[in-house]
Ligand binder design. Structure first.
Ligand SMILES: Cc1cc2nc3c(=O)[nH]c(=O)nc-3n(C[C@H](O)[C@H](O)[C@H](O)COP(=O)(O)O)c2cc1C
Length: 398
């Protein structure tokens, strides 16, 4: 056999023993695609996890609106930290406890909810679906969860309450001028809102990412927005409120005296949204605040690089069960929710996930996101052998 034939024979022997000969298009496609990669879906019910709604919304939303939703501050350090933070905690799973029946319900401020999930306040929902906050309210009604309505909602609180079937919770951005703040609070109170959440984490907002995007896409936003530079005065909650001359929303002046003043000015329960340290949590309790939302605005406030799940242990210790703790920023999985409950939260809130659902399929998408998170929470509760929410405590986390 000459060299050429010997080589040919070796090559054929190699092929005969190679898995490539048993070519199977199914296994090949499995190895070529990432099985964890999110996919776009054409029906809400086809989504496997909430990331599928992200992928779907990304493709259907206007680029400017998508970026407004997706952005984080500066380099997005806090945005990614919010997800990475969950990896710093692991679950300690128990065995051999009957988990045939699981109860995911909680009680908060005297009301019972089927799941420990709240819809966080997000402004301008009409940027994601024409039905905007009304679609979210209808989903909140069907699933019986709480919706916190943003001050910069694209629909007035009265209409949203009607769609929800009962008054929602109201989120407050204050103005330096007390009369403006007071008018917002009185309107929410008059509409029946039982809770007001004062957002305390935005003394200054950083629009760098959004501005970069605007420049890159050369988008002047006038397809949706009227040419005036400031869209805030056009928002429904500011109807009939004069916002010129330093009266526009501004969080930079706020201090604990302001919290006291607000506490005295309303009969609504007062929550502080944006607490990230034990010191401020303790002060909140001292100032008669009725609940805390541990939040960094979903990575949109400061680029501290610190996730909320990592802030939670010190806050839970400081609050010591005196008032409810709600936490948001980065929650995407049932295991994330489980970890927060184990570390001392009473409920969690989601922002972007329900906006992804809204942007993909309106009300149905928001409902599907809540269903997926409930299902995932049930699974991990079964795996950890916890039959009800109160059973989830520090022993399940390390
Ligand atoms: C598009 C968008 C708009 C938001 N608008 C508000 C707002 O008006 N008021 C507020 O307190 N928080 C606002 N937030 C922050 C959310 O309430 C919440 O803290 C955050 O989205 C939670 O993080 P997640 O998006 O990772 O779930 C907004 C967040 C997003 C994504």
């Amino acid at each position: 056999m000459n060299d050429r034939n010997r080589l040919r024979r070796r090559f054929l022997q190699f092929l005969a023993s190679s898995p490539a000969l048993y070519y199977n298009p199914y296994t090949l496609s499995q190895t070529l695609t990432d099985p964890y990669a999110p996919e776009t879906v054409s029906r809400a019910g086809d989504a496997i996890n909430v990331f599928d709604f992200h992928e779907t919304a990304k493709r259907s939303l206007m680029p400017g609106h998508y970026t407004y939703m997706a952005l984080g501050t500066d380099d997005g350090g806090t945005l990614s930290a919010n997800r990475e933070g969950f990896k710093r905690f692991q679950l300690r799973m128990r065995r051999l406890i009957d988990v045939s029946n699981i109860d995911t319900s909680i009680e908060l401020f005297g009301k019972k909810y089927p799941i420990p999930i709240i819809l966080a306040p997000c402004g301008s929902n009409k940027a994601f679906h024409p039905d905007g906050e009304l679609a979210v309210a209808r989903a909140a009604k069907t699933k019986n969860v709480e919706q916190i309505l943003s001050t910069v909602t694209s629909t007035g609180v009265e209409q949203v309450n009607e769609a929800r079937g009962r008054p929602v919770w109201y989120q407050l951005y204050p103005s330096r001028e007390w009369t403006v703040t007071e008018a917002l609070v009185k309107r929410a109170e008059a509409s029946g809102c039982p809770v007001v959440a004062l957002t305390v984490d935005l003394p200054a907002s950083n629009r760098e990412v959004l501005d970069r995007h605007r420049r890159a896409t050369n988008s002047d936003c006038q397809m949706c927005h009227s040419p005036q530079a400031n869209v805030i005065p056009q928002k429904p909650m500011y109807q009939n409120i004069e916002l010129s001359g330093g009266r526009s929303p501004d969080g930079s002046f706020m201090d604990w005296d302001f919290v006291d003043r607000l506490r005295d000015a309303t009969s609504m329960k007062l929550l502080l949204k944006g607490i990230v340290t034990a010191e401020d949590a303790a002060l909140a309790v001292d100032h008669g605040v009725e609940g805390i939302i541990v939040s960094n605005h979903g990575g949109r406030a400061e680029d501290s690089g610190r996730s909320t799940i990592e802030c939670l242990p010190e806050i839970a210790q400081s609050v010591n069960q005196r008032i409810p703790i709600i936490i948001d920023s980065g929650f995407r999985r049932g295991t994330d929710i489980f970890k927060a409950l184990a570390l001392g939260a009473d409920a969690i809130a989601i922002g972007r996930p329900y906006l992804w659902g809204l942007g993909s399929f309106g009300q149905e998408g928001v409902e599907a996101v809540l269903d997926i998170l409930k299902k995932e929470l049930e699974i991990v509760m079964k795996q950890a052998r916890t039959t009800h929410i109160a059973a989830i405590d520090q022993r399940f986390i390390t």
